[in-house]
Design a protein around this ligand. Structure first.
Ligand code: NHR
Ligand code: GAR
Length: 224
């Protein structure tokens, strides 16, 4: 295994509140997470997460999708903006625009997303509402490599939460979000340590195929 002692340079893409961004900022600041957040980029000028980045002294940029005639031109501008910061990894944290195949290929193996469901269940939007409507008993969040297939790339790490009989989409979302705030830093640490990579469309952990996603509770229990 290759040891990486350098901090992993990342750019974080957001569209809104930025609470996942905050969890990454906090763990990076405390030294628990060896990443260097080079910039935070939003497609929405009013995203609250931009203020979180500024408060932490991190560079921010806005690439407003409404300024572009279509997805290809928006994605090209977004990629130009990202590449000025030379990140090794691009982190989608509540980023709400579907990305074109060309963009995804440009960052193959270097693009991560956190999705509020136990993938492959509930790809796409409104995941909490759909889990409740189905009477699901377990729900959660997943960190995955982004591929051309929406929410379909290899899953690295998941966290599960119970669904309570009296849950609303809001109470369930809050329970999942609390886990997300532990999940994304844990996944980024594996990447920063050089333990996880994408190879031929498959996630490898310590150079072996990851047959099933890692689970956060087992990871923090200290399997090694
Ligand atoms: N792009 C690709 N190619 N592959 C993925 O897996 C992606 C992606 C872009 C974003 C995040 C994803 C999620 O975690 C993500 C994964 C937005 C939409 C969506 O329908 C769907 C999934 C995700 C993010 N967006 C609408 C659109 O037309 C806009 C919605 C809005 O602006 O509120 O792009 O859930
Ligand atoms: C999170 O729950 C994240 O999983 C989800 O949006 C929320 C963003 O919160 N992402 C998506 O739904 C992507 N389509 P945050 O802005 O506070 O991190």
């Amino acid at each position: 295994m290759i040891k990486h002692n350098e901090k992993l340079p990342i750019v974080v893409l957001i569209s809104g509140r930025g609470s996942n961004l905050q969890s990454i900022i906090d763990q990076a600041a405390s030294g628990e997470l060896p990443v260097d957040i080079r910039a935070v980029i939003s497609n929405r000028p009013d995203a609250a997460g931009l203020e979180r980045a500024r408060a932490a002294g991190i560079e921010t940029a806005v690439v407003d999708h409404r300024d572009y005639p279509g997805r290809e031109t928006f994605d090209a501008a977004l990629a130009r903006c990202i590449d000025r910061y030379r990140p090794r990894v691009v982190v989608l944290a509540g980023f709400m625009r579907i990305l074109t195949p060309g963009f995804v290929r440009h960052y193959r193996g270097r693009l991560l997303n956190i999705h509020p469901s136990l993938l492959p269940a509930y790809r796409g939007l409104n995941t909490h509402q759909r889990a409740l409507a189905d009477g699901a008993r377990r729900h959660g969040a997943s960190v995955h490599f982004v591929t051309e297939e929406l929410d379909g790339g290899p899953v690295i790490l998941q966290a599960k939460v119970p669904v309570h009989p009296d849950d609303t989409p809001e109470t369930l979302a809050a329970r999942v979000l609390a886990e997300e705030h532990r999940l994304y830093p844990a996944a980024l640490r594996l990447l920063a340590e050089g333990r996880i990579r994408l190879d031929n469309g498959q996630a490898l952990l310590d150079d072996r195929p990851l047959e099933t996603p890692l689970q956060l509770d087992r990871l923090t229990a200290g399997a090694d």
